[in-house]
Design a protein around this ligand. Sequence first.
Ligand code: FEO
Length: 394
Amino acid sequence: MVSREIAQGIHWVGATDFDRRIFDELIPLPNGTSYNSYLIRGSEKTALIDTVDPTKEFDLISNIVKLNVDRIDYVIVNHAEQDHSGSLLMILEFFPDAVVVTNEKCKDLLAALLHLQENRVRVIGDKETLSLGDRTLEFFLTPWTHWPETQITYLREDKILFPCDLFGSHTGTSDLYVTDESEIYRSAKRYYAEIMMPFRNSIKGYVEMVKRLPLEMIAPSHGPIYRRPQFILDAYADWVSDTVKNEVVIVYVSMHGSTQKMVEYLTGALISRGITVKPFNLTHTDIGELALSLVDTATVVIATPTVLFGPHPQVVSATYLANMLKPKVRFASVIGSYGWGGQATEIIVKMLTHVKVELIEPVMVKGLPDEITLKALDRLADAILQKHKGINIA
Ligand code: FEO
């Protein structure tokens, strides 16, 4: 992808990866992604903000060379993860006088991950500034805008924020800027769910901090640039808030049809009570879509058959993931079936260590669900309705 100027003397020089379909061997990328890198020329110094994934280092250097850049003074590293730092050593080799500018924690991680020599690094602290002559970079240390070493960089005179992962979206597009906010909303929400949601409480504060900055653009390191920063700031304010929606996410697997029948009955019972239901059959669920649905659902119901003495392994995997993502879900229950016994419910409940949920009476049945089971599912639907009425629902 060719470089483009986003403001006078500031170029996007990154790479777009239209074909990438999985990230960290975990997160599906239905729309690919981009690794955004920005070149800022001041009257005295030139800085590069972040690099790109090592698979795309040729794109980065080619974009820089084509701009006739003969010197880079500073490489700002906002985050040590390799999709942003992976081409750093190549850049340092190409520009031997360039100095890496980052915080202490990031310096340590770069030493561990890339074997970056300490003498190439200038360590900065929170709110420290760096002059490029007529332009000033200001750094804010923002731990847990993915990893503990993450920081964001603000270009004062141009009012542009470079927040690296924060506010990004895994969107591989030829558009430099957001053109369709509704399309990016979904992509950015999915990205938030997969990457930022576990750190919701920290990010709440950062959103407030960013809101106080005069802003013309937010230029993240994944996905298109926001020329209307309020759009993504408002979206984040909603996602990180404590408000949940009148929704139930049901994750399930069924081996011989009993759990499926229970899921279908409960789905109908909840819908008839005015509750939105999002069922996910884990045998063919895109976990990114599941994560997205967890952002603001009030309740999760985990539905499982019993395999040997415990839950189905795919249910275990989904429960583990949901627990790690720490959604603001308020209530949970377990339903399902067993043949000769087991501890599926107990095992699932013990896995929910990172979410502060109130457990609603589980419904487990021996074999096929019968009338008694259906009545129990009606009671579960009633209980969920009452719980939703008792909290702040959007
Ligand atoms: Fe885009 Fe945490 O790296």
